[in-house]
Design a protein around this ligand. Structure first.
Ligand code: DGL
Length: 283
């Protein structure tokens, strides 16, 4: 445990969904302080192109770096899919995304190697989960299914509604036909639909929640880099959003309770790392 460990962990998502990951992090690492940024002004990322998601992610990361975070958690599956590798290369601090940990847990849980993954349109189009799973288990068969209506259904509070069940039945039918034995919940909002998905897939299918695995991975990384925060004064968490702090606080409190206090509004549009010009994708 070192002094450097006293700095907060930076964590970002396209909006409030990443609070499911923040919650898992604090359960696993209760002494750590978080600095969370939700890009609520530009959500959703899941329907945007890879280059836009990468630009947004670099700006969110640059903002958090300017707040002196010791490590970065990309709590968004879509951002991890398109910017995980770039941020890992470009940033001077450890970077943990949600896809590798989710893939590892899926491979460990599967007996047949037939693995389903559900996510936003952009995450599925990236093929990132497919690659991550097959790096670990080359003979795995990965069946990927975009579920673009799940995020709005959750955000509209329709988790237990018949409409959600109908949509889920439609989306999950191909995975049932492919006889998968594991389904990766490859989107921040999907752990909230766990019961619906489990009910449709049946008891023989294990669901993998990337958030829990990401928390375990972060714990390993911090320990390996001697960056764990020593227990002592209770950690102070900070929350920032690019759109209405009020709305963020309201939803945040539903997901994480009283931990979400004041929410600061920040505009990260065009934000660049203090060290120089923002990295750009080559044309
Ligand atoms: N956070 C996104 C993800 O995990 C879902 C919401 C969005 O599309 O921005 O992919």
């Amino acid at each position: 445990v070192s002094d450097a460990g006293h700095r907060p962990i930076g964590i970002f998502d396209s909006g409030v969904g990443g609070l499911t990951v923040a919650d898992a992090l604090l359960r696993r690492l209760p002494d750590e302080a978080l600095h969370y940024f939700g890009d609520t002004a530009r959500v959703p990322y899941g329907s945007k192109s890879g280059s836009t998601v990468r630009r947004y992610s670099r700006e969110a990361a640059a903002y958090l770096l300017s707040r002196d975070v010791k490590a970065l958690v990309i709590a968004c599956n879509t951002a991890t899919a398109y910017a995980g590798e770039a941020l890992h290369q470009e940033l001077p601090i450890p970077v943990v995304g949600v896809i590798e940990p989710g893939a590892r847990a899926a491979v460990a849980a599967s007996r047949t190697g037939r693995i389903g993954v559900i996510g936003t349109t952009a995450t599925i189009a990236s093929g990132a989960y497919d690659r991550a799973v097959r790096r670990l288990l080359p003979e795995a068969r990965v069946y990927a299914q975009p579920c673009p209506l799940f995020v709005p259904l959750v955000e509209e509070g329709l988790i237990g509604h018949a409409a959600t069940r109908l949509v889920a039945e439609e989306y999950l039918r191909p995975l049932r036909e492919m006889d998968v034995d594991v389904v990766i919940l490859g989107c921040t909002h999907y752990p909230l639909l766990q019961d619906v998905v489990a009910g449709i897939m049946g008891p023989g299918v294990r669901l993998v929640d990337s958030a829990l695995e990401t928390a375990a991975e972060l714990a390993r990384v911090l320990e390996g880099c001697d960056l764990l925060r020593s227990p002592g004064a209770p950690p102070e968490h900070r929350f920032a959003a690019s759109d209405s702090p009020l709305r963020f606080r309201e939803v945040g409190r539903q997901l994480m309770g009283g931990i979400v206090q004041a929410v600061e509004r920040v505009d990260v549009d065009g934000f660049v790392a203090a060290s120089g010009a923002p990295p750009r994708d080559r044309p």
